[in-house]
Design a protein around this ligand. Structure first.
Ligand code: FBP
Length: 552
């Protein structure tokens, strides 16, 4: 394989550990914190997790290492969507494991959780792991979206662990995967398997965060990558002065990515799904809001602009959620085949018109035809519409176009409107991790091994104080049960880690809210440029604006 000069240079980068982990393995001891409680539904969570509930939070500090000297055989999996820095979690884990005892072994289970069930693995060595240091991607062992959640699966995993003598599993994943890590830890404890489980917080979406997890890894690099591109598009828009760019960014269930990109690039418009839901905005109201900016700018002679749209936006629009629910109902069971058998779109349209309520039909009718058809194309394994496949950037530009046409007819708008569409998602998930993510991820992995070495089970590797230089970061562990509450999932009450949505009274949103009116009519673009890996720390080690504002 031909290596790029950057890849070669990144091999030489030494990720920065928190100060307290820098003195060598023999100098890391535990400081016990308070016993914990789950964030809500304490009695129910305690009853479901009798063996792992209520444990102490812990931090590491400099001091004599008192952990038991035993050989560790550890397995690791990557779970869910790629996020920059995953390789470094594994490198940090490997380095701590080997520094503790060169006889320790690290298994990598391939292709995500299914690798653990199918016992499909590799064993890491220096030569293999060194190829992946400070690189993006999850190709070191691959990832997957199989969920590890049933007792049958846990029993298989227990057998796989037993057959290799595995003493601990590290699960690198998002809120669902870490919820499942907590459930697996409880199962292992209840069945006296002697196997520990440690989670690590991953997702570019940024929605795995709470009072303990300041940010999930990958969010920093992904948003910097998108912001570079959005800044470049803004500069193109401001140069050519002839297009409105509608840019959809990833973030299925929360709008953190969109908000962070907006804080970085100051576009004319950025929709925040959580606000749309709170204000119960309709599609027409959103289109009107964007059209106001288009018209105000046109009045100044500026027929160009940039709008950021979060991937999950349509699910936040109440009337659209109702429409989706009705469509799911309309196509339930046998009815999908019936619908698909209809020979033309005209007949399908009549079927839809017949099945939807008047209100939902009114929403459906204003959608452009390609979006209408998208709603009936791909279904997920449960037979539901896959909302993330809807091209919402095209949806909103079409609605804005119609809105502007009406304004033109009424004589209130005289501009030109020509739109370009972009979707920024996969471009950011496997970028070379920023220095922040390279350091954070390496620390998470290193720290995960220290948790294993000290015998913890059902803990999340936690590194905090992240707005400060790495020297001042705080490393430790948090019982996963502390982050849980009970939620209704697929008709059942389940213990889960709560997904973090954008807080409308949080500092990042408040900053955006205070500035967006100006950004909507003026041209205030900022151009973050490409991630810098080498150079002055104020350029290379910057965290996200979200983190900076939250900690300000
Ligand atoms: P995770 O929640 O697993 O980290 O993945 C998030 C994400 O990157 C979303 O932003 C996006 O909608 C989704 O993955 C795409 O998934 P896939 O890779 O399966 O197409």
């Amino acid at each position: 394989m031909k290596l790029s000069p950057l890849q070669l240079a990144r091999y030489q980068y030494n990720p920065k550990l928190p100060g307290m982990l820098r003195n060598g393995i023999s100098e890391i001891c535990v400081s016990n914190g308070k016993a914990t409680q789950s964030v809500a539904d304490q009695e129910k969570i305690q009853a479901l997790f009798p063996n792992t509930y209520g444990k102490n939070e812990i931090t590491f500090q400099k001091g004599q290492n008192t952990s038991e000297a035993k050989k560790q055989i550890v397995g690791v999996i990557l779970s869910g969507g790629q996020a920059p820095g995953g390789h470094n979690v594994i490198c940090g884990l490997y380095d701590a494991l080997k520094a503790t005892n060169p006889e320790n072994v690290l298994y990598g289970f391939k292709g995500g959780p299914s690798g653990l069930i199918n016992d499909d693995y590799l064993i890491f060595d220096d030569a293999y792991i060194n190829q992946y240091r400070n690189t993006g991607g999850f190709d070191i062992i691959g990832s997957g979206r199989t969920k590890l959640e049933s007792e049958e699966q846990f029993a298989i995993v227990a057998d796989v662990c037993k057959s290799h003598g595995i003493t601990a599993i590290v699960i690198i994943g998002g809120d669902d995967s870490n919820t499942n890590a907590g459930v697996l830890a409880e199962y292992f404890a209840a069945h006296n398997t002697g196997v520990q489980v440690i989670g690590c917080p991953k997702t570019i979406d940024g929605d795995l965060k709470n009072e303990d997890i300041e940010c999930s890894f990958g969010f920093d690099t992904a948003t910097k990558t998108y912001s570079e591109m959005i800044g470049n598009i803004e500069r193109d828009a401001n140069s050519a002065k002839k297009y409105w760019h509608f840019i959809k960014v990833m973030g299925r269930s929360a709008s953190h990515v969109a908000l962070e990109c907006a804080l970085e690039t100051q576009p004319n418009i950025c929709l925040i799904g959580e606000e749309v839901a709170a204000k119960k905005m309709s599609l027409a109201q959103i289109a009107d809001y964007i059209a106001d900016s288009v018209a105000s700018r046109a009045a100044k002679g500026w027929n160009f602009g940039v709008a950021i749209i979060p991937e999950g936006i349509v699910e936040f629009v109440p009337e659209f959620s109702v429409l989706i629910a009705e469509i799911n109902e309309l196509l339930a069971g046998e009815k999908t085949a019936q619908f698909n058998a209809l020979p033309s779109w005209k007949e399908k349209y009549a079927f839809i018109e017949n099945g939807l309520t008047k209100e939902s039909m009114a929403v459906f009718a204003i959608l452009p035809e390609n979006i209408q058809q998208q709603l009936f194309l791909e279904r997920d394994p449960h037979g539901n519409v896959q909302v993330s496949l809807i091209e919402s950037e095209k949806l909103f530009s079409a609605l804005v176009k119609d809105n502007l046409a009406a304004r033109k007819a009424a004589g209130s708008y005289k501009g030109k409107f020509s739109a370009q569409h972009h979707f920024l998602g996969y471009e950011g998930r496997c970028a070379f991790p920023s220095n922040f993510d390279a350091d954070y991820c390496y620390s998470l992995g290193y720290n995960a091994f220290m948790l294993i070495q000290y015998g913890y089970n059902g803990y999340l590797s936690k590194v905090s104080n992240l707005h400060k230089p790495a020297e001042e970061w705080v490393a430790g562990g948090m019982p996963i049960t502390k982050m849980m509450n009970i939620e209704r999932r697929n008709g059942e009450d389940k213990p889960v880690i709560r997904k973090a949505l954008v807080e409308l009274d949080g500092k990042p949103f408040k900053f955006f809210e205070a500035n967006r009116e100006l950004w909507a009519v003026e041209t205030c673009y900022t151009y973050p440029g490409a991630i810098q890996y080498f150079g002055p720390t104020e350029v290379c080690d910057l965290t996200t604006r979200t983190l900076a504002l939250e900690k300000a």
